[in-house]
Design a binder for this molecule. Structure first.
Ligand SMILES: Nc1ncnc2c1ncn2[C@@H]1O[C@H](COP(=O)(O)OP(=O)(O)OP(=O)(O)O)[C@@H](O)[C@H]1O
Length: 342
């Protein structure tokens, strides 16, 4: 397993990563999720050995401090694949194997190309491939030597949206089927939740929350995290016996009895038959729904409605509550770190 303890990376005097603790168990896929510039890539690069870091990075208890990049046994995939343009597809995959000292190169390269859905592509020139195909080759090249940890830095973000969504699903299956231990850096929460068994949310150089996708999505640790995860409105509610009373009606969600802070994503409120009167202010067409801003007695909020019933700004409507769009802000309990106590 990978263990990162108290890791800090500075560029000049400014820390890009501050006192990060993180673990990745064997077979686990951890997504580092956060906004641009929060330090995700820097942390990944420190784990890879590409960036000098203070603190400790170890694998199965062995400190990697003095171990150079190519001796860590980690595979790397970057946003733009970084393939060798003068080599064929098979040549690119085989390169990774030769670097790792593997002898059975041809067969293994074919095996990997089949795994990433590029069977028969071996003789093709990489310059003749689409962006998605190139990323699959980069993945095959990184996986070929059976790395003990695969490091993926925004592996899909250079691709267009529909391809990205399909490749995220394929990649998720591939990582799970091959039992690969991986660290994936992304700023896209859909991608993080598709790929990862656990998500670590980063902000300003620190990990602010770690949990399963469900935990992070439903119980963000603070309003900034909730906002990053799509919440646009915040309000107070009250939890009692497995139900949360909100200004828009009850939601069957679990929280300790008492006052709760709620984050609402636009999908939490649907314009249509419902108990809450509202007036439509704006309507914008999104992919599979219409996004609204509406006024209610609880203030201005975002909501959605179906594209089959295009609404007119200025008209009255009613809202119903969809609990799936609600987040319950749940501060992570502070656990003292060893060196804080000492
Ligand atoms: N080589 C460098 N020299 C100086 N500062 C750097 C360097 N690389 C990154 N930084 C700074 O460190 C901070 C973290 O950068 P990093 O690339 O790790 O963030 P990120 O979360 O991966 O963002 P993005 O998704 O935009 O790549 C940023 O403020 C960035 O400007």
């Amino acid at each position: 397993m990978l263990r990162v303890e108290g890791v800090t990376v500075r560029y000049g005097r400014v820390p890009a990563v501050s006192s990060v603790d993180m673990e990745i168990a064997d077979g686990e896929v951890l997504a580092l999720l956060g906004p641009s510039g929060c330090g995700k890539s820097t942390l990944l690069r420190a784990v890879a050995g590409l960036e000098p870091a203070d603190g400790s990075i170890s694998w199965d208890g062995v400190d990697l401090g003095g171990v150079p990049v190519h001796r860590r046994g980690f595979g790397l995939v970057f946003q733009d694949g970084q393939l060798f343009p003068h080599r064929t597809v098979a040549g690119n995959v085989a390169f990774g194997l030769r670097m790792a000292g593997e002898r059975r190169v041809e067969g293994r390269a074919d095996e990997l190309l089949e795994l990433v859905g590029l069977k028969g592509f071996g003789p093709r020139r990489v310059t003749e491939l689409s962006g998605g195909e190139q990323q699959r080759v980069a993945l095959a090249r990184a996986l070929a030597p059976r790395p003990r940890l695969l490091l993926l830095d925004e592996p899909l973000s250079a691709l267009d949206r529909s391809l990205r969504e399909q490749l995220a699903i394929d990649l998720s299956r591939l990582l799970r089927d091959s039992g690969t231990t991986a660290l994936v850096v992304t700023h896209d929460h859909d991608e993080a939740f598709t790929l990862a068994s656990r998500v670590a949310v980063m902000r300003a150089g620190r990990i602010v929350q770690t949990g399963t996708p469900e935990q992070v999505w439903r119980y963000p640790t603070d309003e900034d995290t909730a906002r990053f995860l799509g919440c646009t409105t915040f309000m107070d509610g009250t939890a009692l016996n497995g139900t949360i009373q909100t200004p828009f009606g009850p939601a069957p969600l679990t929280a300790p009895d008492g006052p709760v802070r709620l984050g609402l994503r636009p999908t939490a409120l649907h314009a249509g038959p419902g108990p809450t009167p509202a007036t439509i202010l704006t309507a914008v067409h999104r992919r599979d729904h219409i996004r609204l801003t509406v006024t209610t007695s609880a203030g201005q909020v975002d909501a959605i409605t179906s594209i089959t019933t295009p609404p007119t700004p200025g008209t009255p409507t009613t809202l119903s509550l969809a609990p799936d769009g609600l987040a319950i802000i749940t501060p992570t309990p502070k656990t003292p770190r060893t060196h804080d106590v000492l």
